[in-house]
Design a protein around this ligand. Structure first.
Ligand SMILES: Nc1nc2c(c(=O)[nH]1)N[C@H]1C(S)=C(S)[C@@H](COP(=O)(O)O)O[C@H]1N2
Ligand SMILES: [Mo]
Length: 194
């Protein structure tokens, strides 16, 4: 039965080794789903940055970009060509004052989840703070109202229910990284566990 929903596509150059393609969109959440509305949402930038809080209207006022990206979960499924709308991290950075020592970031989420990134990965092509999925508000279980999308790394780096971005002067493990996942998580190198 599972074979019907997850298929190996060994010849497809979009599919990294060890991944199967699914047409559905599985929900992968550790722990309970936080209830969060656009009105309540606050995104706090802190650490080695001028502290700033963005509310929903502040986020919508920033430049919006549509992208389509493949989504690779370390538990071996990939969903191809997912459409997102949001603020590219490179555009978001223009609204911030970051200290020169900042080399890494930590995403913080409602519910307590965290995940770390090198600043270069945060600013890589297609990385965004997303608020729309396939032209609709992101469903709560997929991380709405606001999640990050880091399409070139395994999807545990794409933090749902985003509440904060902390700028740091060195790398520090987030939730899954403390629990055995790789610090970077490149699907093309199968950086699954450390
Ligand atoms: N806040 C939060 N973000 C999270 C997670 C989580 O448990 N909590 N799971 C991660 C994992 S392991 C994956 S594969 C993706 C799954 O996103 P989806 O549920 O929209 O498919 O979200 C990531 N972001
Ligand atoms: Mo995952």
């Amino acid at each position: 039965m599972l074979g019907k929903f997850f298929r190996k596509e060994p010849e497809n150059p979009k599919v990294p080794a060890g991944q199967s393609v699914t047409d559905g969109f599985p929900v992968l959440t550790y722990g309970p789903t936080p209830r969060m509305s656009k009105d309540e949402l606050e995104l706090r930038v802190f650490g080695l940055a001028e502290e700033k809080v963005f509310r929903w209207d502040d986020l919508l006022a920033l430049p919006a970009t549509n992208i389509s990206k493949d989504f690779h979960c370390v538990t071996h499924w990939s969903k191809l060509d997912v459409s997102w709308t949001g603020i590219l991290c490179t555009d978001f950075m223009k609204a911030l004052k970051i200290q020169p020592e900042a080399s890494h970031i930590m995403f913080h989420c409602y519910g307590g989840y965290t995940t770390n990134l090198a600043l270069d990965d945060f600013l890589a092509e297609g990385c965004m703070l997303a608020y729309s999925l396939e032209g609709q508000d992101i469903p709560l279980e997929h991380g709405g109202p606001l999640r990050s999308l880091i399409p070139h790394l395994y999807a545990w780096k794409s933090a749902k229910w985003l509440s904060g971005i902390e700028f740091m002067s060195s790398d520090r493990p987030g939730f899954w990284e403390r629990n055995g996942y790789h610090m970077r998580g490149d699907p093309w190198k199968e950086e699954r566990y450390s």
